[in-house]
Design a protein around this ligand. Structure first.
Ligand SMILES: [Zn+2]
Length: 348
């Protein structure tokens, strides 16, 4: 089968498009013929190399994918099990199912948690074998490209907004860097959860315009505005109840300033760097909660799937590229040009 192959860690020169042995379905697994895959920032980190996460080369990247079941392994069956020909979408997180966290239903806290395309072979290929527990029915209302565009980012955003921040109707939210997939989902999920005020930031006026059409009340251009101060001004010095921060070093001080007394700041990433100045006095004086979040549970994925299937949350697609041109997706993502998801279309 054809696949995108990472030959070693480094820049885009380390990527090639070539042949790879087609997977077969092992015990408890299904093989999915992929029709679409999608990029996440994770794919850039994997390309560059993540300290402590060894991969075996050549490595197939990609966490998000959707397609059709074309192989079923031993031990897969019974009511609700996927069948040959089913349209499916992949839950990108693999959990052991037996550790204390898995037994509590907390997949993404699994002590041996793995992500497709990071710890094992991913979706930038014509087919993939995955545990049957990672296969969910694709919403009939969505194309394969749309179905591939929501799992990782949508799941991450769902857990951040709904579970970790526990956003309530009437609350106010600040979301940094509205171009990212997680941010575009967080915006829609915040609206769905009943947020009264959603403020977003970007360095691009075009992205801010598009965010307004997705339901943002206020768009702040961080290249010309002091975001923390401006949020306080907009909220009559009160600040916002919830801050969604996937940016890290460049935005953290603004997050602390923008948060209201007893505000919750949720972080799922640090795309600008992991070591911000941490103003501890602000944290205790305002009695802030700093909440980490990674991926999500099967229950959260099912809830997201339901919302996406009903059109309440929609994947924002930035561009669709053929699989062989994946390198252009890496370039676009790395330059931060995308609003929403960059999708790879995989011809059958
Ligand atoms: Zn586990």
């Amino acid at each position: 089968m054809k696949a995108v192959l990472l030959q070693r860690h480094g820049g885009n020169e380390c990527l090639s498009f070539g042949n790879r042995t087609a997977p077969s379905a092992g015990l408890g697994e299904v093989v999915v013929r992929l029709h679409a895959a999608a990029f996440n920032r994770l794919d850039l980190f994997v390309r560059n190399g993540i300290p402590g996460v060894p991969v075996s080369f050549p490595h197939v990247p990609g966490a998000d994918g959707a397609g059709i079941v074309e192989g079923i392994g031993e031990g897969v069956g019974g009511e609700g099990a996927p069948k040959l020909g089913d349209r499916v979408v992949l839950q990108p997180g693999l959990a052991c199912g037996s550790c204390e966290f898995c037994r509590a239903g907390e997949n993404s806290l699994c002590v041996s948690y793995r992500i497709l395309g990071e710890h094992l072979s991913g979706t930038f290929a014509e087919a993939i074998a995955v545990p049957v527990t990672n296969v969910f029915p694709a919403p009939a209302t969505l194309s394969f490209e749309e179905a591939a565009a929501f799992p990782l980012a949508g799941l991450t955003a769902w857990r951040m907004v709904v579970t970790r921040a526990a956003l309530r109707p009437g609350e106010s939210v600040l979301i940094h860097g509205i171009g990212s997939g997680v941010a575009t989902f967080a915006l829609q999920i915040a609206r769905l959860a009943g947020a009264a005020l959603v403020i977003v930031t970007s360095g691009s006026s075009e992205k801010l315009r598009q965010a307004a059409s997705l339901g943002a009340d206020v768009g702040l251009d961080y290249t010309s505005v002091d975001v923390g101060r401006k949020v306080r001004e907009i909220t009559a010095k009160r600040g916002v109840d919830v801050v969604i921060d996937c940016v890290g070093q460049a935005t953290w001080s603004h997050s602390l300033v923008a948060a209201a007394k007893r505000g919750r700041i949720v972080t799922c990433g640090a795309t600008s760097g992991p070591n911000p100045v941490e103003e501890i006095r602000t944290i205790f004086w305002k009695q802030l909660s700093i909440l980490g979040s990674t991926m999500g549970t099967d229950a959260e994925f099912a809830a997201l799937l339901s919302a996406v299937g009903r059109g309440l949350v929609r994947p924002v697609i930035d561009a669709v590229l053929p699989l062989r041109d994946a390198v252009f997706g890496y370039e676009r993502l790395e330059k931060g040009l995308n609003l929403g998801k960059i999708v790879l279309s995989i011809a059958p």
